[in-house]
Design a protein around this ligand. Structure first.
Ligand code: GSH
Length: 208
């Protein structure tokens, strides 16, 4: 099978997919995109992702964009890593639920908070309210150590990465069970190795 190509810039949402790549045993070829130079808006890259956003994946001639879609796709493309429940497993529903909760609810809540946007009509806001999101995140983590219980999956990569970012930047208070869960994830060899590689990529891109 041809290797997927992951278009990546350190210190962006690409970091979640770079971590996913490490959890799979480094299965992708990484192509660095120099965002400082505006390479994400180049004509060549816009053919891959018309949004001009990082990350993107190309595999067997097909482009996949959106962090959660890339991680879900990679987990299925490399089933030997065991990072996704099989299609006929009941937990597959919970897997997708929490994986997509991150970009659908945690992330917009966090971005509204950073921009100090207060939404009045919580019934039309996809994430409801900050209180609703935090309540759901606690429920998601209640059967730990991971989202699906004992088994770490790609849903933890997407959900955990978003939660980690929210804690780091103060969008979500550093309380339990959020702290223990994100520490469990960031102490994984795959997470550490993605961070180390990003430090090298940053040098290559002159990002320091
Ligand atoms: N919904 C996208 C968001 C991607 C995104 O916003 N990426 C940012 C970096 S974190 C980006 O590429 N920004 C560059 C730009 O818009 O020029 C995903 O989940 O992949």
């Amino acid at each position: 099978m041809a290797k997927p190509v992951l278009y990546h810039t350190p210190q962006t949402r690409g970091a979640t997919t770079a971590w996913m790549n490490e959890e799979l045993g480094d299965v992708c070829d990484i192509k660095l995109i120099d965002m400082k130079a505006g390479a994400q808006k180049s004509q060549d890259y816009l053919k891959i992702n018309p949004m001009g956003k990082i990350p993107a994946l190309v595999h067997n001639g097909v482009a996949v964009t959106e962090v959660a879609a890339i991680c879900a796709y990679l987990a299925d493309a490399f089933p030997q890593a065991g990072l996704a429940p099989a299609a006929n497993e009941a937990k597959r529903g919970a897997y997708f639920r929490w994986m997509f909760f991150a970009p659908s609810c945690i992330e917009p809540m966090m971005l509204d908070k950073f921009a100090d946007i207060k939404r009045e009509n919580t019934s039309s806001v996809g994430y409801g309210s900050e209180k609703d999101v935090l309540h759901a995140v606690k429920i998601a983590l209640s059967d730990g150590p991971f989202l699906l219980g004992e088994k770490f999956t790609a849903a933890d990569v997407v959900f955990g990465s978003t939660l980690n970012f929210a804690l780091m930047f103060g969008a979500i208070e550093k309380i339990e069970p959020f702290i223990s869960y994100t520490e469990r994830l960031t102490s994984r060899p795959g997470f550490k190795s993605a961070l180390e590689k990003d430090a090298e990529y940053m040098k290559e891109l002159g990002m320091e």
